[in-house]
Design a protein around this ligand. Structure first.
Ligand SMILES: [Ca+2]
Ligand SMILES: [Ca+2]
Length: 545
């Protein structure tokens, strides 16, 4: 234990530096301040390590005044997303579907009319590419809608069968596209109305599970991939991948492998990130598919490692040990893996709820996320500290708070969406709108921009091999390095409630001689370096080169 934590040490020095508000100041010898994050030079590597922004399409930005977010609305916000520092976008499902969330496809080749047209999608993809943004879309193939023509045709056919008659796929091929049975096999089976047949629907009766063992279905889904790749789509977010076959996970792993390889024959840079809502160990098994990314559910949600570390319930030391473990475990299954960490998504209560809207904890959590390896995913609104309410899914998907206005049916073109039907009407946001936060250098939004700017300036943060500097690591104060090609960066965390002193002068630390190049503080205090003893405020991250 060589970290010396000395609260209020050199307090005079800090006081003299307060005016820099989260900047970096040096004393003895006095050094010039490193550039602010906004002035850091981006060094963007054109690969699949990206900073992703998840958009729940219907709630993001409305271009035509009907209150429903749409593709043209998103296109109008690409400068905002780009300025934020993101260079990848994940759209929740955009294909035709009866529900507001669109996780129940009726046509795999058509943009839902509420969101626009296929031409709008093409235009959005082109506009993304002009800005160096890659566009990935949700692909929902564990199930379709019960209103999909395949399912309706199959059900109509089953209703024509005589009692004890067996279905003939030669007569009606789609009867093999789903899992039909005369017996209610388990609780996830629903009744085909007007018949004595049942079908598997693991999530909801409106979402019948597709039979992905059927080659005709797989052929259809390959055509779907080819269509969207041709439309400019750069990758898929594979919904519910662990439910493709609920019994045999190896089938799912093989399916992902084959589907990914097929997509890559059409686009060698094609990206895939899959939803396997499971433990680190299970996700490691899925990395054997050779597909690049799985969402990191171990780090996510109210009890995940990110939020726990952000609020001080988990030390920075334990947090980086978990990160090292991800690298080791996932890397063993797929050396080319790209971790996909996130704080929350559209299925989770928002981060503001878990952190009781404490700005410092929310910033610390974001800072931790944006220091992790791989492709972080930011759920729209997280960057302004939006909150949700209760457990109703609709409340996790409220309208993006652009300027504080609420959709009233008037004011077409304002961009503001109405909340999904079923959402509570009285969810008041604690933090200001985008428009307000853009003017405030101490806002959550400004913190996100700075953290992303640092990440974009130092590509080794996303890609580097991580090592923990044990000599300087103890509890909330933790030092790591990341090395990628000939680049190396050190990251010093203080997730504690007290300021800390880190002495990097020791030869054995491996970080001697490195200097602060960027600082992220959750509160307005400065880092003081004199020069090899760093005084780090609470809830701060310091990057050294
Ligand atoms: Ca609209
Ligand atoms: Ca299934």
């Amino acid at each position: 234990m060589k970290v010396r934590r000395i609260t209020r040490l050199i307090s005079i020095m800090i006081a003299t530096c307060l005016f820099t508000a989260c900047g970096y100041s040096a004393s003895e010898p006095v050094e010039s301040e490193p550039p602010s994050a906004e002035l850091l030079t981006p060094d963007i590597i054109d690969d699949n390590c990206r900073n992703y922004y998840e958009i729940f399409v219907g709630s993001y930005c409305d271009s035509d005044g009907d209150g429903i977010g749409d593709l043209r609305g998103i296109e109008s916000k690409l400068d905002y997303i780009s300025d934020l520092g993101c260079n990848g976008i994940w759209l929740t499902p955009v294909m035709a579907a009866p529900s507001y969330h669109k996780y129940d496809t009726t046509d795999y080749y058509m943009i839902d009319p509420a969101f626009g047209t296929n031409e709008d999608f093409k235009a959005l993809a082109d506009a993304c590419h002009e800005r160096g943004i890659r566009l990935i879309i949700d692909l929902v193939i564990n199930h379709s809608s019960n209103e999909h023509p395949w399912f309706k045709e199959a059900c109509d056919y089953l209703r024509t069968l005589p009692e004890d008659g067996e279905p003939d796929p030669g007569v009606c091929p789609t009867v093999d596209y789903y899992h039909f049975s005369r017996e209610k096999m388990n609780a996830s089976y629903s009744e085909v109305s007007g018949s004595d047949w049942y079908y598997e629907a693991v999530f909801y009766y409106t979402q019948p599970d597709l039979n992905l063992h059927n080659e005709a279905v797989v052929d259809e889904l390959e055509n779907v991939a080819a269509y969207w790749i041709d439309m400019g789509c750069d990758g898929f977010r594979m919904d519910a991948a662990m439910h493709y076959d609920d019994e045999v996970s190896s089938y799912n792993i093989d399916f992902l492998h084959d589907y990914y390889e097929y997509c890559r024959t059409l686009d060698p840079d094609f990206y895939m990130v899959s939803e396997v809502w499971a433990s680190e160990k299970t996700i490691a098994d899925y990395y054997a598919s050779g597909t690049p990314s799985f969402f990191n559910f171990d780090a996510a949600d109210a009890e995940g490692k990110l939020i726990r570390a952000g609020r001080g319930k988990l030390t920075a030391e334990k947090f980086v040990e978990a990160c090292a473990d991800y690298e080791k475990t996932y890397g063993a299954a797929n050396p080319d893996f790209i971790d996909a960490p996130f704080i929350t998504n559209h299925d989770m209560g928002r981060v503001a709820n878990a952190l009781q809207s404490k700005p410092a904890d929310m910033k610390m959590t974001a800072g931790l996320l944006l220091s992790m390896s791989g492709s972080p995913f930011i759920y729209y609104g997280e960057e302004i500290g939006m909150k949700s309410k209760g457990n109703a899914d609709e409340n996790k998907r409220l309208h993006m708070n652009w300027d504080g206005t609420v959709y009233t049916g008037a004011g077409a073109g304002s961009g503001v969406c109405r909340d999904p039907q079923g959402a509570d009407a009285d969810v008041e946001q604690k933090f200001p709108s985008v428009a307000e936060q853009e003017k405030d250098p101490a806002s959550i939004l400004s913190y996100y921009k700075k953290a992303l700017a640092i990440r974009n300036a130092y590509p080794e943060i996303a890609r580097g091999h991580m090592e923990i500097v044990n000599e300087l690591t103890d509890g909330h104060v933790t030092v790591i390095t990341k090395t990628w090609n000939d680049r190396r960066i050190a990251i010093v965390y203080n997730t504690g409630e007290e300021s800390a002193t880190v002495d990097i002068s020791g030869e054995g630390t491996g970080v001697k001689g490195m200097k602060p190049v960027a600082v992220l503080c959750a509160e307005t205090e400065s880092v003081v370096a004199q020069p090899e003893i760093l005084e780090i405020p609470p809830k701060s991250i310091v990057y050294l080169k």
